[in-house]
Every structure is written in C-alpha cells, then in structure tokens.
Design a protein around this ligand. Structure first.
Ligand code: SF4
Ligand code: SF4
Ligand code: FES
Length: 330
C-alpha cells in the first residue's frame, strides 16, 4: 500500500520546526516505522536525522513520537500505529527534551536526572563477599520489571509532570531508583528512602499513567513509583512531609466523616493542623488571589458527598470486624 509519512523537520536547536511529507510503499503488517524512515532516508532524502541501532527493541535509541504517542520506531508496525481512519503517519521527536536535529533530541537532562537517583547498587555491598554475591530467584523477581528498562526515554517524553516541572527527575529515573532499592545487595535503602521522599522525586508524579501506557518493555514506571511511596509511608522514622500528610489527611478525613472535606484539608496538609505556621502563611498569597478573583469557596459551600454516612459506617464496621477478628466472609 502507499502511505503518506509526515515528518517534523528541524535543522538546528534554534530553528523553527516544519513538516515535510513523503510517499512510500509499505506493507501494513510487516513494515515498521523505522523501516519506513530508513526507506525515505535511503531512497528520497538523505538529510533526515534520526537515531537507531539494534532494530530489535533492545538499545532504546529509536524512541520518537509516532502518531501522537512516544514509542520505539523499530517495534511499531504501520498497522499498529495507523488506524483505518488515519491518512498519514506523523513522526515527531520526543517531547520534554530539546531537539538537536529532526528526530534527534538532546538527552542530557534525561541522563542528569537519572544520575540524581544514584542508580548503582552500593559499592559497599561488594565487600561482603569475595566470591559471587548470588541472588535467589525470588530476590531477583522483585526487581525484574524495573530491570527491564532500556532507557529509551518514551516515558519521559509523555510525562505530564516533566512537561511542567524542571525539578521532577522523571519516570525512568524513579523506575531505576526502585530497581536499586529492591536489590538485596544494596545496603543504602534508608538513605535512598530519605532522598526519594524529597521534592522532585516520587511525590511530584501526577499519576497520569502515561509512562505505564507507553513503556515498550513493561517496566510500568508508575507502579514502581507507587512501590517507593509505600516504602516511604511505611517508614515511621522519616519526618512527615507535606506529601505524606496529604495521603494521611485524605484517609483520616474519610474515616472521620465519610468524605473529603476540603475546608479542613488545606489546614491539615499545608498547615499541619496549625503546627506549621510557615506552611500556612505560604498559602496566603494564593488565598488572596482566589478572593480577588471570586474563587474562594466559604466553608459552608463545601457539600458533603452523597453516601458519606454509608461510607463512614462501612469503614467503622470494617474496623470493628478487624478488632473482633471476625472472618471477612462471615
Ligand atoms: S521505563 Fe520504559 S519507557 Fe521509560 S525509559 Fe525505561 S524502557 Fe523506556
Ligand atoms: S504517572 Fe507520573 S511519572 Fe508517569 S508519566 Fe505521569 S506524571 Fe510522569
Ligand atoms: S533501534 Fe534499538 S530499540 Fe529501536
């Protein structure tokens, strides 16, 4: 079949992008997006720039945006990325990283962010044994999904938090953080948990799910981020951060009233129940802006959610059943 390939072109970091179209013959089920690019480059236009190496979803170098979704060009067949109603195959560089040329992006920030999680099993652990430091299959299985990462950048390209925040390290870095944290040979778990609890790490994720959806090798970075959060929340030695208070306040409010009363939420989370006056004062400018724009709701405007009493009764019944050790199926 004949397909139209629309490529985003950019000759340098500072030039304006343009789109250029090419017509090629392709087999919907056998031709990959990378095959299409190589065909265009070798037969029609040798000036187009893109990265590739293994052609087998191993090296991670051919990640790009294909019809609006980041992924590996060598892994995606035309039939997979062009639905029947699509008339063209649109290929663009990854997002959230500056373009060097055409589909080639500068990945410096991606690598710098990875370095921030200290992605190595600690060297101190190597001194434990002079021979091999074996892992059991169960120990290895714990980190298998995260260890699959080929550092292609697809998740980072689709990450909503990375798009708006300079400090967020990104899903690839946090997947790697979990990989080393879950490794039984690493002996810096406490230090890592403390670090990943800081601003710019796990709590900056907006849980948009994009990273899980685009990852070509099932790392499921959001799931790895959730696992780190669970470790942090289970560690009672850490000073409670605003992000942790956010989770605890949500659970406590639902337990108390059966719904999340936002009139109490800010005071509990940012103000730590009036214990953190500095935190409370920090939201004053926002409050003033909301009043000036007529956006400040008054406490009586917050409506209890429908079914709040039932939710509260259900939580109490479960707590009572647990206290009395009533079997769940009774
Ligand atoms: S987590 Fe998946 S999408 Fe992200 S860099 Fe690793 S392999 Fe690529
Ligand atoms: S779920 Fe979190 S880490 Fe993943 S893409 Fe969304 S904001 Fe980024
Ligand atoms: S060329 Fe190596 S992953 Fe696509």
């Amino acid at each position: 079949m004949n397909i139209t390939v629309k490529l985003r072109r950019q000759t340098s970091r500072t030039s304006e992008p343009t789109y250029q179209t090419y017509q090629i013959e392709a087999d919907r089920d056998r031709t990959t997006v990378l095959d299409a690019l190589i065909k265009i480059q070798s037969e029609q236009d040798g000036s187009i720039g893109f990265r590739r190496n293994c052609r087998n979803a191993i090296c991670g170098s051919c990640a790009m945006r294909i019809n609006g979704r980041s992924g590996l060009a060598c892994q995606k067949h035309i039939s997979e990325v062009m639905r029947d109603r699509d008339t063209e195959l649109v290929i663009e560089p990854m997002q959230n990283l500056p373009v060097i040329k055409d589909l080639i992006v500068d990945m410096t920030k991606f690598w710098d962010n990875l370095a921030k999680v200290d992605p190595y099993v600690s060297t101190a652990s190597r001194q434990i044994s002079n021979t091999e430091f074996l892992q059991t299959p169960a120990q290895r299985a714990k980190l298998q999904a995260a260890a699959n990462c080929i550092l292609c950048g697809s998740c980072y390209s689709e990450c909503n938090s990375a798009a708006v925040s300079d400090r967020f390290v990104g899903p690839h870095a946090l997947a790697k953080a979990y990989r080393v944290m879950a490794d039984n040979r690493d002996d810096r778990a406490d230090e890592r948990i403390e670090k990943y609890n800081e601003a710019g790490f796990v709590w900056d994720c907006t849980r948009c799910y994009n990273c899980n959806e685009v990852c070509p090798v099932e790392v499921q970075p959001l799931d790895r981020i959730s696992q780190i959060k669970q470790e942090i929340l289970a560690n009672h030695d850490l000073p409670e951060s605003t992000a942790q208070r956010h989770r605890h306040a949500m659970v406590d409010l639902v337990k108390e009233d059966g719904w999340i009363d936002e009139s109490k939420f800010g005071v509990r989370v940012v103000g730590d129940n009036f214990r953190d006056l500095k935190g409370l004062l920090s939201i004053f400018p926002l409050g003033i802006r909301m009043i000036l724009h007529g956006k400040m709701p008054y406490p009586w405007q917050f409506q209890k959610s429908e079914g709040a009493l039932e939710a509260k009764a259900l939580i109490e019944a479960i707590a009572n059943a647990k206290n009395q050790k009533i079997p769940a199926d009774s």
